[in-house]
Design a protein around this ligand. Sequence first.
Ligand SMILES: Nc1nc2c(ncn2[C@@H]2O[C@H](COP(=O)(O)OP(=O)(O)OP(=O)(O)O)[C@@H](O)[C@H]2O)c(=O)[nH]1
Ligand SMILES: [Mg+2]
Length: 614
Amino acid sequence: MASGMHVVATAGHVDHGKSTLVRALTGMEPDRLAEERRRGLTIELGYAWTTLPAGERVAFVDVPGHERFLGTMLAGVGPVPAVLFVVAADEGWMPQSQEHLVALRTLGVRHGLLAVTRADLADPAPALEDARDRLVEAGLAEVEAMAVSGRTGQGLDGLRGALDRLVATLPAPDPQAPVRLWIDRAFSVRGSGTVVTGTLPAGRVETGDELELDGEPVRVRALESLKERVESVTGVARVALNLRGRITPQRGHALVTPGAWTATSLADVRVTMAEGARGPLPARLTAHIGSAAVPCEVRPLGAEAEGAAAEGAAAEGAEAEGAAARLRLARPLPLHLGDALLLRDPGRGQGELRVLARATVLDVRPPELRRRGAARERAKALADASADAASLLRTHLLLRDGELLAMGCPPEGRPVAAGWHADPGHWSELSARLPEVVRRYAADHPLELGMPVEAARHELGLPDRRLVTALVRPPLAVADGRITTAGRVVTGTAGLPAPVARAVRALLDDLAEAPFQAPDAGRLAALGLGPRELAAAVRAGVLLRVAEGVVLAPGADAGAAALLARLPQPFTVSQARSALGTSRRVAVPLLEHLDRKGLTERVDEVHRRCRPTG
Ligand SMILES: Nc1nc2c(ncn2[C@@H]2O[C@H](COP(=O)(O)OP(=O)(O)OP(=O)(O)O)[C@@H](O)[C@H]2O)c(=O)[nH]1
Ligand SMILES: [Mg+2]
């Protein structure tokens, strides 16, 4: 593909000439249904494309203007970054012109053109001036406006030139961006399975890619863009994907890059009322994003709202500009922070304002609100929130790289530990708590050499041990899975509680007399040395553990090996026992200990010999 592609949606009142203009620009028929042709009315989304004078290609998503098809209109405009706004010269600004403009503004569409068409039927100047003022007021200030006729062709060259200029100003979407392709059509093709179409707003899709549809993996078997078979497409583009997978795709569902989006039916949002709309918002609305239209419940989080929402009554307080609310969607949608959902009242009928508000997503994994006053606190937090990693971390405190990405917020700054990001305030609070936690543990467990990292993880309520190690600063240190205070990592009896140290010294005195006569259970008990005390002494390096309940002085094993080396080789247990001046109770485990250390080895069932030490 040499040239770039762009996608532009139409908008405007019913019968104002959108489809006629698209047909005139492209030579293609956007109204493909027999019923559409019979009734002269667009019912479904239409697709047509052409190459502009400067060589860029533009595809149109032609939407219906009839008020009954607002949902379809929104599905068409949803994923599209630019609009061709059509107003008939002979009718001027009409209710659906207004409704479509409010919808575009609510969705945040900033780019477009104004075509006052049917200029062969009436002087276009008044309609043009009026419409331009309204678009400017709606934030579409850069929009070029021109008079055209889809019937006579008047002004079409000018319109093509304006389209060239428009597409040149459109921001180039990131080809690395995660894919979220909102399906606008899905059908089966005999022999090749399922095909879906949509507007790819950004990112890249390639043949063979694995994407996800409602959590199910799907494989892209083949793809087309504007009816041409291609190997890959980058957004913005119209695409048709031939899919393999156990799926039944539908309009309003999205194909996404696995792991790059958070599928959620709960989102905390900032509500901005649409032009002309007033609160309170009804509690039940339809949320539109991309080609999706999903029923939802809106729960305002502000202070005055709490009582009313609990009763399930109409939401008070959501009318406040920028008020925080929680949306509960009837089905999960793949969302990112910063996404804009259009909230529409499905209950309102003709002539009433139906596009009510924009909901800007601020959290896709909102915390539960259980305590009294939690909603109010949450509203306060959301008031200062923006759609970025720092705001997310203020709520979630700790998040993995992947979680941040799936929430639409690439991590900022350095991770605090492998793959983990922390709210700075929370992190310094944790760093301050750790020494205290370790100190308390040491006081409660005087015989242990430091606090197990796992225990500290549990105590601090952290999800990963690596976070604990990352919090360790001198004088704390980590050794053998434990956090120690530098001053306590001492060998010798100094690190032991005083009574234990005294008992060990007494034992060592005994052993100095008879180095291989390990104290028996009675002697140990008399000295108050139970298994825990012995273990502490062994860890401190002041005793050598040969077997359960058999301890000697440190270095006794090397001394034993030296004595045994003087025996005729090989030797029996009994010969060793007498050479060492001890009992079988000690000699047997001591020899096994020497075997393990490689100082002796078995020759047969009854004989051992010393091994040359290297
Ligand atoms: N004379 C004249 N008639 C036009 C022009 N453009 C459209 N029409 C006529 O206006 C009627 C409606 O045109 P469409 O293009 O179907 O209007 P639309 O905006 O697509 O209508 P919906 O899709 O149903 O909202 C048709 O009868 C067209 O022939 C024009 O520039 N000049
Ligand atoms: Mg039409």
